[in-house]
Design a protein around this ligand. Structure first.
Ligand code: PEP
Length: 253
């Protein structure tokens, strides 16, 4: 079964609710009639309700950029899976490199988040990727990425993997304007798929979508998406304007 292309926007810490509403409206109009792709936007928590209203009844799905793994409790400042589901959220990013780098998120926490998402019918997108120093250290970057995949999905079985997607985002390519070449991204994706096959079997690995992230733009999305193991894109900067995100979503036209 071919994997449906998946174009996801990560709005990071941008947009007030009003700005988010405007962007959601522009995207809704811009992608009207597009078929054969899955589209997701991940606004900040504070804009989720406004965007949910604008996207109701459209095929654009709503995601959160993070969440905590407990249902409720004395966890000041955190947001639970129950709260996200109540807002109409269906996806959640887990372990974005900015969460790992600036907020100290570690493998065990991320694994708990993946499991909590699945327990609440939220589809987790597990983000992995190596730092520049790791890439420059040669072959060991591959072990770093494989380790992130294994640790994030630890304790899951093949039967759990249906809702899970992986986003490969080499940290040196995020927000820098430096994209991995399509061939380099393809090689990393193939390696991740192999790691998935080792743990969950080839059939499950073949079904799992692996998104590429790192300075994806309208002018490089086509060549990236042409690679056999690149099933979508997780887009930061270029997802903040309909003028750039809509052509990315419409890359097949
Ligand atoms: C991201 O935030 O996941 C990302 C890939 O950002 P950018 O597209 O801006 O590099």
């Amino acid at each position: 079964m071919p994997r449906t292309p998946f174009l996801a926007g990560n709005w990071k810490m941008y947009t007030t609710p009003e700005e988010a509403r405007d962007l959601a409206r522009a995207l809704r109009d811009g992608v009207a009639g597009v078929e054969g792709v899955d589209v997701l936007v991940c606004p900040p928590f504070t804009s989720l309700a406004a965007v949910a209203e604008e996207l109701a009844g459209t095929p654009i799905a709503l995601g959160a950029q993070n969440m905590y793994y407990e249902d409720q409790g004395a966890f000041t400042g955190e947001v639970s899976p129950l709260m996200l589901v109540a807002l109409g959220v269906s996806y959640v990013l887990v372990g974005h490199s900015e969460r790992r780098q600036y907020f100290g998120e570690r493998a065990e926490t991320l694994n708990r988040k993946v499991k909590a998402a699945l327990a609440h019918d939220l589809k987790p997108i597990l983000c992995v990727g190596e730092k520049l120093e790791e890439r420059e250290a040669g072959a060991s970057w591959k072990e770093v990425v494989r380790g992130q995949v294994r640790a994030g999905l630890e304790g899951l079985g093949a039967e759990d993997l249906g809702p899970v997607a992986i986003a490969y985002e080499p940290i040196w390519a995020i927000g820098t304007g430096k994209t991995a070449t399509p061939q380099a991204a393809q090689d990393a994706h193939a390696m991740i798929r192999e790691a998935l096959a080792e743990t969950f079997g080839a059939a499950t690995a073949e079904k799992t979508r692996i998104l590429y992230g790192g300075s994806v733009k309208p002018d490089n999305v086509r060549e990236l998406m042409a690679e056999p193991d690149i099933d979508g894109a997780l887009v930061g900067g270029a997802s903040l304007k309909a003028e750039t995100f809509v052509p990315i979503i419409r890359f097949q036209e």
